[in-house]
Ligand binder design. Sequence first.
Ligand SMILES: [Zn+2]
Length: 330
Amino acid sequence: MFGTTYEEIIERIMSEKGLSKEDVNFRVNDKLTKLSGLISNTGAAHIVANELGVKIFENTKKDFKIKNLFSGVRGVTLNSKVIAKYDVREFNKNGRIGKVQNLLIGDDSGTCRLVIWDSNQINTIETVNPNDILRVDNFYIKENNFGKEIHLTNDSKIEINPAGVVIADVNKEIDRGSVVKIKDLGENQNTTIQGTIVQVFDLRFYDSCPECNKKVIFEDGAFKCNEHGIVKEVPVPILNFYLDDGSEAIRTVLFRDNAKKILKLDDETILEIRKNPDLFNSVKDNILGELIKVSGRTNKNEMFQRVEFTGNYVEKVDVKKVLSEVVNSL
Ligand SMILES: [Zn+2]
């Protein structure tokens, strides 16, 4: 949800453009069909409004949650808690000398970066520490591969620890940005993809150090870590598969806990598979066809001249939920 309801957006489009409800619904459903049910009906309504030049947030002064911010949001207020404040950096870009201050802020919906360019504003928050509350007005949102950033402008207003504002719990889950189509992936891109597992390769392993998780080598009858010497090795599963999102398929690799999460196997069973790889065949069948969302990074496999994806976070997508969102909007 973006803070404005589906009905509110539809009414706004109808009144501003003089369109019938049927007409607006038709346009929204068309978007939902084209985007293969990967967006909600509210998301589709926003896209239609945007295409028709209907401003949903104009003159609306609402308190927003971090999760609901997206590029294009203007004139809203955000209350957040400071999680980290980084050192002020000086820059010299094309002869322009200036300062920039980054903070990590959060609320109960998520976290994001707050970027401040104005020296006066940087001075204003000089005394701010983690756990202080910031209320900011008149900012804009930049979305990049690392997620959302809030940028303040010269007109932005900052209030430190405003009266009556309490943020008890910060949801530290990182905002991983919107899903990118596999065919649009570039090299060395940090992003999120979503698709179906269409081919699974044999499970592979490496041995790691229980202290630092780094790869260990077998030497003179023992496993050795560069840093921790002789250790009891921990086998790490490496799961390779093709993920297909309808636009293209990409070879994807998951390690350790992320591999376990998809395989749904305990450590004991994983060790059994290592001894007897044939056991993996039935597991393969179980995960084929699963719809998952993977965040990570693309990298070029020089040997095979193809771009692959290394995941660092994975979650199963609830197909029923995606479908019901589409059905509800019809
Ligand atoms: Zn180690």
